[in-house]
Design a protein. Structure first.
Lengths: 62, 390
């Protein structure tokens, strides 16, 4: 399971960081930073949740 | 805009169960399409090609005085909620560095201090007290004033203005007059900050974006943040305290179990959904939602309380359960206009409630539940006051 983020469309809600600090961080401007593109199996549920709740729908799982 | 204490009116659930979208008349007497289901609300709020936040030329609100194009442009400048991408993103990106999770975490000690000071004052004043006046309103107010760079001693004036500006039972000219006075006040702060930018958001905007932003835009941005910082967290703190007092076992969990606090805040956000609707969208062309045809140029309201009580989103949605763990509630909205201050609001609530219940383990309602003054006909739901004893 791989994560992708469209950083240009990120609106910095912070919802992904709230869901998993293992997978997500924000840069100084608040834009999403992926900490792990290959999602560890223990984080798969969190990854799915983050994708579902991102208000700007900038996250994707492939 | 009406509620049955904590609950949306049964009519709203009726629409959600039947057609999903209904043409109704809003508080200002305007026909609007009310969207009620969780999936549809998400779609309306995220599809700005079809559902725009800006207003088409010639769009008039009943009762509003006719303004020149110039006056209109000035009154709308900097209002992020009235803009669509890409213009919206240009302004929002100037603000997002101030509201990252990391930045907000740095405020934790100061927010804790502010909460402690207000609890001390409540304790000194003695029981009973009005929790809204002494706790729910002043804490978020002081926090947003410090962040933004607004003198806290001016609060009586701008609080009175913001309450009336969003009071839908008042005549439109009076509400617009409040808005005009608010802008005049903000102009004075912007002028001062242009010459002496402080270590606050207004100062940051002027230092880093002062050349790109007009005074009108700065006034609009600062005015929106002040209003939003006041009218939201404070109503959540007041109404949420009442909700927890009515569910003592869940209140005890918030007080005693640090791991319960975060999920409890999310459930309170979902269950109470104090913002009745998003900023109304305008359909940019004919569009179908839930099989209902919406013509071009119509006002579309996305009901946040209804979406958050949709059984297709979460089971037994009318039950208040801090252990629900339903991610994806829409209390902060959805799409590019998702609440900028959400991390701040969450932090304030996570600090304030456990501190309140620790300080006053015997906290209780000091008036009959039937007498509690819920605030109707206001853009944001909440309580006018709440008498508590401790």
């Amino acid at each position: 399971m791989r994560l992708e983020a469209d950083r240009g469309a990120c609106i910095s809600s912070g919802n992904c960081v709230m869901t998993s600090e293992v997978l997500f961080d924000q840069d100084d401007d608040g834009v999403v930073v992926l900490l792990a593109e290959d999602v560890p199996s223990a984080e798969e549920a969190n990854a799915r949740e983050a994708v579902a709740i991102c208000p700007a729908q900038v996250l994707r799982l492939t | 805009m009406r509620r049955d204490a904590f609950d949306p009116t049964p009519e709203l659930g009726e629409i959600r169960r039947s057609s999903g979208v209904e043409r109704v008349v809003n508080a200002l007497g305007m026909p609007v399409y009310l969207v009620t289901r969780h999936d549809d609300v998400k779609r309306v709020l995220s599809d700005h090609e079809y559902f725009s936040n800006s207003r088409p030329p010639g769009f008039v609100v009943p009762g509003a005085p006719v303004l020149s194009e110039e006056e209109l442009a000035s009154s709308r400048a900097g209002n992020l909620l009235g803009l669509d991408p890409p213009e919206h993103q240009r302004l929002r990106r100037m603000l997002t560095p101030e509201f990252t999770i990391r930045r907000i975490k740095r405020l934790e000690p100061r927010i804790t201090e502010i909460v402690t000071e207000h609890l001390d004052a409540m304790e000194a004043a003695g029981s009973p007290v009005d929790l809204v006046e002494n706790f729910a309103l002043p804490i978020p107010s002081l926090v947003i004033c410090e962040l933004l760079g607004v003198p806290y001693e001016d609060r009586a004036d701008f609080q009175a203005r913001s309450v009336r500006q969003l009071d839908l039972s008042l005549p439109m000219p009076e509400r617009l007059e409040m808005q005009r006075q608010g802008r005049a006040y903000m102009q004075s702060l912007v002028t001062r900050a242009r010459s002496h930018p402080g270590e606050d958001i207004l100062g940051m905007l002027i230092r880093e974006h002062g050349d790109e932003l007009t005074d009108d835009e700065l006034i609009g941005i600062a005015g929106l943040l002040l209003l939003a910082g006041h009218e939201t967290t404070s109503n959540m703190l007041g109404l949420g305290t009442l909700a927890l007092l009515r569910h003592p076992d869940q209140l005890a969990a918030v007080r005693d179990d640090p791991d319960a606090v975060g999920p409890a805040v999310e459930e309170l956000l979902r269950w109470l959904s104090i913002v009745h609707t998003s900023i109304p969208r305008v359909s940019t062309r004919e569009v179908e939602v839930a099989g209902v045809r919406i013509p071009e140029g119509q006002l579309v309201f996305a009901s946040l309380p209804s979406a958050n009580r949709d059984p297709d989103f979460t089971d037994a949605p009318d039950t208040f359960d801090i252990r629900r763990g339903a991610a994806g509630h829409l209390a902060f909205g959805h799409g590019v206009h998702h609440c900028l201050g959400a991390p701040l609001a969450r932090m304030e609530m996570r600090i304030a409630w456990p501190a309140l219940f620790h300080r006053f383990p015997k906290l209780a309602l000091a008036e009959d539940f039937d007498d509690v003054a819920f605030r109707s006909f206001h853009f944001i739901y909440g309580l006018r006051s709440l008498a508590v004893s401790f």
